[in-house]
Every structure is written in C-alpha cells, then in structure tokens.
Design a protein around this ligand. Structure first.
Ligand SMILES: NC(=O)c1ccc[n+]([C@@H]2O[C@H](COP(=O)([O-])OP(=O)(O)OC[C@H]3O[C@@H](n4cnc5c(N)ncnc54)[C@H](O)[C@@H]3O)[C@@H](O)[C@H]2O)c1
Length: 395
C-alpha cells in the first residue's frame, strides 16, 4: 500500500535522479563552452526594430554580423542601422567612443533572407533571435534554429523575448534545450541593459561573457518569470499608475511626470537605495532607510488605527495607537523585509567614495557623481518627447 508519505519520497527520489541524469547528459553532449569572449560571426534572426538595433551594436563592438529575415530587404536593414548609428556612436560601446567608425562598417555585415543559408554558410557560436513576440511563432522559430544547429550543441541561441518565460520558449526544441536562453535587452542602440535566463550554467556564463564583450551590462536571473526583471518592474509601475488614476488620486499626465522624475533619480549605481541616500539628507543611507521604514510603518498603522478605533471605542486613542503600531510593525516585517545587507553595504561603500574628502554631504556627493547622467537626459519641463498630451496641455 502506497501512503502519501511514501509517494512523496518516491517523487523526490525520481526528481533527484532526473536532475542528476540531466546534468550528466549535458556534460556528455555539450563540448566545453568557454567564458572567454568568442570570436566569429553572430547571426541575428529578425531584422526589425530590435534585430537591426542588435546588428548596430554588434557591428560597433567589432563583430562580424549576419542578419536573416525573410520579410525585410537588405536595403531596409542597412537604412535602419544607419539611422541608429549616430546614437550608438554617441553612447559608445563598453565606454569606448573612439573605436566606432563614423559610418556603419557594412563590410562586416552579411544579409541573408533564408536562415538555413545564413547558418550553413556562417558557422557561429551565437545566435540572437529577434523575431515577433508571439508564443507559437517563437516556439516554431526556436525549434527550427535548434534543429538547424543540432550538430552544434555549444552554439548559444539567445531569445530577445520581452515577456515569454523560458519554459514556454523551448517546447519545440528537440535537440539541445539547454543552449536556448532568454537574452532580453531594453533597446540595444539606446541602452546597454540585458537580462539572461537559462537552465545550463555553462551556457549562461558563456552568454554573459559574450554580452559583456559587446558592451552590455547583463544580469542573470535565477528563476524565470513572465516579463523577466525589466518588464516586471514596468508592469508594476503601469499597474500602480493606472490604479492611482482610477482611484482619482491624479491624472495620467501626473503619473507620467512622476515616473519621468523618479526615473531620473533612480540613476546611480545602487538604484533605489541611492535615492534613499539623498532622501536621508546628511544622514545618508541610514537616514533614508529609517525614514522609509517609518513612512511605511505609519501608513500601515493608520489603517489599523482607524479599524481598531471602531472596535475598541472604550480605549484611549494613544493606547489604540500603540496597538496599531505594534501590529503594523509585525505585518511590515512579514510582508516587506528590509533590503539585503550586501546591498546596504555596497551602497554604503558608494556613499563613502563620493564623500571621501569629508567636505561633501551625501546628497551633494551623489549628485556630483551622477551629474553626467543628468546631462544626458535633458527632459526639461515642456520638452518631454514622451509626454502624454492631455486636455490640460492643449489649453
Ligand atoms: N520593441 C521593443 O521595444 C523591444 C525591446 C526588447 C525586446 N523586444 C523583443 O524583441 C523581439 C523583436 O521585436 P521587434 O520590436 O524588433 O519587432 P519587429 O516587428 O520590429 O521585428 C520582428 C522582425 O522579425 C521578422 N520575422 C518574423 N518572423 C520571422 C522568421 N520566421 N524568421 C526571421 N525573421 C522573422 C519580421 O520580418 C520583423 O522584421 C520581440 O521578441 C520583442 O518582444 C522588443
């Protein structure tokens, strides 16, 4: 008779054996990948907005690029690259501005409408998939690429997908699922962010080395979620903005203004903690963390206070307040843990650097360190190309 306990032990053993087997077959099938920057051509599949943008960045970083797209002409692709080229040059690749020629080095670009020919004639270690964001279509394209590269298991196939989680991408890859990764950029010609997810550490390490050689700042996800990291933050902001508008707190234009300025302040190397450092005034990060904990606590406590006041009407207000504070503290610790210690330490070190001569306050030091960033984002009031035009703007 199989009891539930026995069943769960059996399932655990099965899962362990499966994992062990997967690891051992990976090491048999896949020749060792190097985390050293790879040479050779990169094949970009899809020559639309993101594909052409990747082509420009890869060309600027000195690579030979083969682009394949059955629905785009070579002339169109070149035109797109030419359009974004001045921006790529201006932002530099890996901080280098000089190595970028004034016009795109098209002698290093090959266009091939058929992906079969592109892969057959250009042995490659890296394929960047940039086709349309549609689950079925992505599954087909990635399955086909895996098939065409069946005898090259160490060739990485990295998908630019914005939202589709990895487990849905690889359903039609029959040969080497492990080398299919998420390699999601923001907009490569404008910005160097990139996020990676994969199930094989070897391939993930090699992809990270590859992307950093091309000037990307790549983060590796430990788990897969829809929208990955970047778009999950975007979705959260959008959802919150929509709710604020729906609740009548502000207008869509106001949300836009808030996010634009928030974006400008989330500038420095330690993200939102840097913002907290400036909010903390002369007490820096410590002051900012205290203040932020206090604000959140008060907000939760006020909710408890107003509820308890209705129930505990025979108690004094101050006593109800103490009970509400106690409950708020318990709830806050549970639902929103403080930032990780290593994060606080990293931000603390940054603070120490910018104030090292002891003559600067934390906010002044941070602003000075980040001034170049402010100079590059000159969105002054009334000069915002992304502003939503609302009735009030027309008046
Ligand atoms: N647009 C963005 O801001 C952005 C940012 C990051 C990532 N992405 C992701 O990048 C991918 C591409 O997006 P985009 O904005 O460049 O779209 P796009 O529509 O501009 O380009 C898609 C290209 O894929 C081509 N294509 C379609 N099927 C193909 C096939 N079977 N083989 C080869 N090419 C094929 C199309 O002809 C088109 O040129 C999507 O997964 C998207 O989610 C987009």
């Amino acid at each position: 008779m199989i009891t539930p306990e026995l069943l769960s032990i059996l399932l655990l053993i099965a899962a362990y054996l499966k994992q062990g087997f997967a690891l051992s077959t990976e090491s048999l099938r896949t020749p060792p990948l190097t985390t050293k920057p790879q040479s050779g051509a990169v094949v970009v599949v899809g020559g639309g907005f993101i594909g052409s943008s990747f082509c420009a960045v890869y060309l600027a970083s000195g690579k030979r690029v083969v682009c394949s797209d059955p629905f785009v002409s070579e002339a169109d692709l070149k035109k797109r690259i030419e359009t974004v080229w001045p921006t790529v040059r201006a932002r530099g690749i890996g901080g280098k501005f000089d190595s970028c020629p004034t016009s795109p080095p098209f002698e290093r670009l090959t266009f091939e409408s058929s992906v079969e020919t592109a892969l057959r004639e250009n042995p490659t270690q890296f394929v960047q998939e940039c086709t349309i964001e549609d689950i079925e279509s992505k599954q087909e394209v990635l399955g086909r690429l895996d098939e065409l590269l069946a005898d090259q298991p160490s060739t990485i196939i990295s998908s630019s997908t914005s939202y589709i989680p990895h487990e849905l991408l690889i359903t039609k890859c029959k040969h080497h699922k492990d080398r299919v990764l998420v390699g999601h950029p923001t907009i490569p010609y404008l910005d160097s962010f990139l996020e990676i997810y994969g199930t094989s550490q070897t391939h993930v390490n090699a992809a990270q080395a590859w992307y950093s050689q091309a000037g990307f700042e790549a983060v590796v996800m430990k788990k897969t979620i829809p929208g990955h990291l970047f778009n999950s933050f975007l979705t959260m902001n959008m959802r919150h903005g929509n709710k604020l508008v729906k609740d009548g707190v502000c207008t869509p234009q106001d949300v836009n203004v808030v996010l634009r300025h928030l974006g400008r302040f989330m500038y420095a190397r330690h993200g939102y903690l840097s913002l907290l450092s400036t909010i903390g005034g002369d007490r820096g990060l410590k002051g900012g963390l205290d203040l932020s904990a206090k604000i959140k606590m008060s907000a939760i406590s006020i909710v408890f206070y107003s509820l308890l006041k209705k129930v505990l009407f025979f108690f004094k207000g101050s006593r109800v307040r103490r009970i509400a504070d106690f409950m708020a503290k318990k709830l806050q610790d549970k639902v929103e843990p403080p930032p990780a210690q290593e994060w606080i330490e990293a931000c603390g070190e940054f603070e120490a650097q910018v104030t090292k001569n002891g003559t600067l306050s934390v906010p002044t030091g941070l602003f000075q360190a980040c001034e170049p960033m402010f100079q590059r984002t000159p969105y002054e009031v009334g000069n915002d190309p992304f502003a939503i035009e609302g009735p009030s703007d027309k008046n």
